[in-house]
Design a protein around this ligand. Structure first.
Ligand SMILES: Cc1ncc(COP(=O)(O)O)c(C=O)c1O
Length: 416
């Protein structure tokens, strides 16, 4: 048979670390295996947790048997859902000039938070042509991929001070001050920074907003954990709302996800919001129109089921209260697991300091373990976390936390 050469020129792409680790975890048959890799909520029994508020909404929706439920939506997405998503993010209650504030926001539905990041990157690449995007070092690994695919050169600003395991505010500020240029995009995690779990405090956020304004940098917020991190939707949106309310002459955008805070991971539920400055609200509809052009060429419209569930919950006082309670359940369990791990390590007198585990916020802890220690944890103890030492705290439970602490104690003492 004559060999026909392929026309493709493809080289292997390294597998995604998180999904590869998850695959290895599932293939592992060890009875004490522990997954601290993927960022999903788990109960104390290590099980997925469809939120009770979501289950009630699903039941009501099933009973309603809406014939439209599988129909196409508009290209911009489900408009009532978009209003709910926008109001949750920006919080207009009790604020003066609500209509003027809303007139600044162009919202479209996306394929969850990843899709919102991607659409935003593509939109800015086409219509703003930033010279650079600045990502925190470290950041969610997918930020690199998303901006690479959008063709925007990526630079990083310092974020993590390894020696003190703390947020490197001075490093971030001086790099952006000295090296960022007018029109550059600065990617900011709205709360619960992934992977470090370290967020700026309010004073630092104010200084970051001032810097962006003075240097004419474009803030791009990624909000993947609103309400999930602290249990409070307001608290976790503080930075976004501060920028929005106090810097009305600045343009910015927000990628919003409902994956974690409503446990709608696979339903791909999210939104992208572009905020015009207060003098440019007349371009809002053209922004939506251009976002729709990109959406149409790529996926036509966002998926329906997740946003229908969000609408159902938010249109009922009872279900909304249930959801707020679910957020408390998730955030409190994660906080209590941080404390349990910290207490065990202190009890074992594990060398080093471990306060950072309780001080960090949200889904993850940046443990400070080295790649060799991480490898040993997997090899010897079947405890899975990322090479960077990032651990998804939700994988801990009352049953496994002592085992995980013992494993960490051993590798810290014996693996350099
Ligand atoms: C910082 C950050 N942004 C965005 C996302 C996107 O999540 P999704 O696409 O599942 O909504 C995640 C998920 O892990 C994340 O951690």
């Amino acid at each position: 048979m004559e060999k026909v050469p392929t026309r493709l020129n493809v080289a292997p792409v390294p597998p995604d670390e998180i999904f590869a680790l998850n695959g290895a975890f599932f293939a592992d048959t060890h009875p004490q295996k522990v997954s601290l890799g993927v960022g999903v909520y788990r109960t104390d029994d290590g099980k997925p947790w469809p939120l009770p508020a979501v289950e009630k909404a699903e039941k009501q929706l099933a009973e309603e048997n809406d014939l439209m439920r599988h129909e196409y939506t508009a290209i911009e997405g489900d408009v009532p859902f978009l209003k709910i998503a926008r109001d949750l993010m920006f919080g207009f209650e009790g604020k003066a000039s609500e209509e003027a504030a809303k007139a600044r926001i162009a919202s479209v539905q996306t394929v969850a938070g990843t899709g919102a990041n991607h659409l935003g990157a593509l939109f800015l690449a086409h219509h703003m042509k930033p010279r650079n995007v600045w990502l925190s070092n470290p950041s969610w690994a997918n930020h690199m991929t998303i901006w690479e695919l959008a063709g925007v050169p990526r630079k990083t600003y310092p974020y993590y001070h390894a020696a003190t395991r703390s947020f490197d505010f001075d490093g971030m500020m001086s790099t952006l001050e000295n090296d960022a240029e007018e029109g550059d995009v600065v990617l900011l995690h709205a709360c619960a920074h992934n992977p470090t779990g370290l967020d700026p405090n309010k004073e630092q956020w104010i200084a970051i907003a001032d810097l962006c304004e003075r240097k004419k940098l474009f803030p791009f917020f990624d909000s993947a954990y609103q309400g999930f991190a602290s249990g409070s939707l307001e608290e976790d949106a503080w930075a976004v709302r501060y920028f929005f309310d106090n810097k009305p002459d600045m343009e910015m955008c927000v990628a919003q996800s409902f994956s974690k805070n409503m446990g709608l991971y696979g339903q791909r539920t999210g939104a992208f919001h572009y905020i015009t400055n207060r003098s440019a609200t007349s371009i809002r509809d053209v922004v939506v129109n251009n976002l729709c052009h990109l959406i149409r060429g790529e996926f036509s419209m966002g998926p329906r089921i997740g946003c229908t569930i969000v609408k159902k919950i938010m249109s009922s006082e009872e279900l909304t209260a249930d959801w707020h309670n679910d957020l408390q359940v998730m955030s409190s369990r994660i906080k209590s697991m941080r404390e349990a791990l910290y207490n065990e390590l202190v009890r074992l007198k594990t060398p080093g300091t471990w306060e950072h585990i309780v001080e960090q916020n949200g889904m993850f802890s940046y443990t400070g373990l080295t790649p060799k220690q991480v490898y040993a944890l997997k090899d010897k103890y079947h405890v899975y976390l990322l090479k960077s030492g990032r651990a998804s705290i939700s994988g801990l439970s009352q049953k496994n936390v002592a085992y995980v602490a013992l494993a960490i104690d051993d590798v810290v003492r014996n693996v350099l």
